[in-house]
Design a protein around this ligand. Structure first.
Ligand code: SAM
Length: 249
């Protein structure tokens, strides 16, 4: 069968499209993409004309049999998303999982990813890190979710819609402590790229007041919990002993 290429595309700056990306996209039989209009413009910029197959979160399961059928019939396909690396808060995981199960050859064409780009300039420990995608949209659910992450020692990476950036930073400060070091990477690779390093409190304040914080796209990087790991462990042991106590005769 043909090969399924998972191809990362630019997150703003079109010069980040690698020569290898261009070679692969010009050789495949068809390109699966999230938004055929958006990807059509990108491919036109590269001078590439290919059949485009739409694959987004609402039709991915439906489209799987046809895509797998093409691959099994010997066609090679590329998967791209609107920006960055497919699958990471973007469509593609069901397709890749099914391709692996069907023994279809896969090949990654690596490139931009907003979370990793932000991590690389955050000044926060690069490993271990935890990529969490988008927080829940609804305030109550989001605050609960952040509480469950408050004692994770890993550096935390989030995507967020610019409309919720201020509210989310305020919720993070409340759940994790306003002193916690963090970074917002806004408009990465674009003309108005901005990196804001600071405490969660200072970033929440900036997001609430600065006009630029309401425009563009942003990634949030938060330093991991730095309390003594033994503290958490002993709390767990306490809880366990109590639970046992209640159970035992
Ligand atoms: N798959 C993509 C990737 O590899 O980066 C991410 C797709 S996700 C639907 C879109 C989110 O990524 C945005 O809401 C924002 O949080 C982040 N993002 C994408 N491009 C960005 C950029 N140029 N600067 C900052 N954040 C960006």
């Amino acid at each position: 069968s043909g090969t399924l290429y998972i191809v990362a595309t630019p997150i703003g700056n079109l010069d980040d499209a690698s020569p290898r990306l261009k070679t692969v996209l010009s050789r495949v039989d068809a390109i699966a993409c999230e938004d055929t209009r958006h990807s059509g413009r990108f491919l036109q910029h590269l001078g590439i004309q290919k059949p485009l197959l739409s694959l987004h979160e609402h039709n991915e399961d439906q489209r799987l049999p046809a895509l797998l059928g093409r691959l099994q019939g010997g066609e090679s396909l590329a998967l791209i998303s609107d920006a960055g690396t497919p699958l990471l808060s973007d469509p593609g995981y069901p397709l890749v999982r099914a391709a692996v199960a069907a023994g279809i050859p896969l090949s990654p064409i690596p490139g931009p990813n907003a979370a990793i780009a932000a991590l690389s300039v955050s000044g926060l420990p690069p490993e271990p890190f935890r990529f969490l995608g988008f927080p829940p949209r609804q305030g109550g659910a989001r605050r609960k979710w952040f509480q469950t992450l408050a004692k994770v020692p890993d550096t935390l990476l989030f995507y967020e819609s610019i409309h919720r950036l201020g509210a989310t930073l305020a919720d993070l400060a409340e759940a994790m402590g306003g002193e916690r070091p963090a970074m917002v990477g806004r408009e990465l690779t674009k003309r108005h790229e901005q990196l804001r390093h600071g405490s969660l409190d200072s970033l929440a304040e900036w997001a609430a007041t600065a006009s630029e914080a309401k425009k563009g796209e942003a990634v949030i990087v938060v330093g991991g919990w730095s309390g003594a790991p033994s503290e958490e462990a002993s709390l767990d042991v306490d809880a366990l002993l109590k639970a046992l106590d209640a159970e035992l005769p």
